[in-house]
Ligand binder design. Structure first.
Ligand code: HEC
Length: 164
């Protein structure tokens, strides 16, 4: 009899855990894969050298653009909620997909802050690098990005953009 009950309890417990797990998979309010206009994107309009663009795309775009390259496990709730929340916060700091319409002052202060964040390994975040080792910037790559940022003409209100 005891055995019978414990089997039922086990089944119920499993159901109790598994059903909500499947149900929460249906809730994904902020997935970051919206359509956006490529002609506003940093990659499209910036006069940065191609290798710099590629580094920024590989190391920053998952959290600072409209296109996150999700890993399979990023799509499992509740992990996905946490990932999407981080991306939303990153996009408030800067959204490279909206580079064109971003206030020049904001672009400038973001890039200046990036120098510090890249030097001190604040960005890309440590946790992200652990899961995405390919996004890690080598010392030389860091220097290249920082050199590009340092060379920007700060008095040009359209700096960092090809067409005025
Ligand atoms: C894993 C997601 C993620 C990646 C990848 C990432 N960032 Fe961020 N970034 C954030 C978040 C979230 C914020 C918002 C502030 C915070 O929480 O620290 C942020 C804020 C910033 C800021 C604002 C100032 C500050 O320090 O708070 C700068 C500058 C920045 N990121 C630069 C970069 C650069 C440059 C890269 C690529 C080399 C990059 N980030 C890659 C998530 C990310």
């Amino acid at each position: 009899m005891d055995k019978f009950f414990s089997r039922i309890t086990l089944k119920r417990t499993i159901l109790f855990l598994i059903v909500p797990f499947f149900l929460i998979q249906l809730y994904r309010p902020n997935k970051n894969d919206k359509d956006s206009v490529m002609s506003d994107d940093f990659l499209e309009i910036s006069n940065a050298p191609e290798d710099i663009k590629l580094l920024i795309k590989n190391s920053c775009y998952d959290c600072h653009s409209n296109y996150t390259n999700y890993e399979w496990y990023d799509n499992i709730s509740p992990i996905s909620w946490w990932v999407d929340k981080t991306v939303a916060k990153g996009k408030v700091a800067i959204n490279f997909s909206e580079w064109k319409n971003t206030d020049p002052q904001k672009r400038l202060s973001f890039l200046s802050a990036s120098v510090f964040d890249i030097k001190t390994d604040r960005m890309p975040t440590e946790r992200y690098i652990k899961l995405h080792p390919l996004a890690k910037l080598s010392i030389e790559e860091k220097e290249n990005i920082i050199m590009w940022i340092d060379d920007i003409n700060r008095f040009d209100p359209y700096y960092g953009i090809n067409e005025h």
